[in-house]
Design a protein around this ligand. Sequence first.
Ligand SMILES: Nc1ncnc2c1ncn2[C@@H]1O[C@H](COP(=O)(O)OP(=O)(O)O)[C@@H](O)[C@H]1O
Ligand SMILES: [Mg+2]
Length: 221
Amino acid sequence: MKTLAVISRKGGAGKTTLSVNLAIAAHLAGCRTILADIDPQRSASDVLRGREADGPGLLESSAGKLFQARYHAEHERLDLMLIDTPASPEADVVTAINTADLCLLVCRPTFLDIAAVARSAEAVRRLGKNGLIVINQAPAKRAGQEPASVVKAAETLRFCGLPLAAVGLRSRAAFQQSIAHGRSVLEWEPGGAAAQEIGRLWVQVAGQLALPLAAPAARAS
Ligand SMILES: Nc1ncnc2c1ncn2[C@@H]1O[C@H](COP(=O)(O)OP(=O)(O)O)[C@@H](O)[C@H]1O
Ligand SMILES: [Mg+2]
């Protein structure tokens, strides 16, 4: 059983969007998956409760119960527990990092997000954990050129001491529309640009966690 914590000390970076999409990607790839929602806002729970198709399990929990949750997930022979975290308090984020085999640090290409990720990356390294940084909500390319904000973010994030994911996620309507229907982008727009981004991120995350490496089957519903 592997545990993935999705982290950002900034609200709105995309933790819940990525948690839900990766949990469903894992489920579609045949991993027995549970999403532990430790954010009192319960956004991930709202999404998964609105889901009609079968999907990952949901545990509405808190940071204080994470070790117990992991114990139960192991006992149930699950493959993967994802943790959707709040932006604060810091103690809850540290507990999630401590529980995780891999931390996914979500970062918009903005000064304040990068500064927050730099601090989180330090915490991940101090605790001896593995981390991966993913840029989310990147603006679209213009005339085939990467926007300056994304280039700058990627350059700056190189000094955080954690690797940058091979794929960044653009700001795309599919991420907002799909979640309102309890679905991942893989189901909302199979083969679409957002689905390809999540598919590639899933493959990298699954590889780092040594989970089954099957690409999630895009499924129309
Ligand atoms: N790649 C993306 N493209 C478009 N909208 C996004 C993307 N990622 C997140 N969002 C939107 O940004 C807002 C905040 O995302 P959310 O996942 O709730 O962030 P967090 O959990 O970090 O607070 C939501 O309205 C969500 O739909
Ligand atoms: Mg959230």
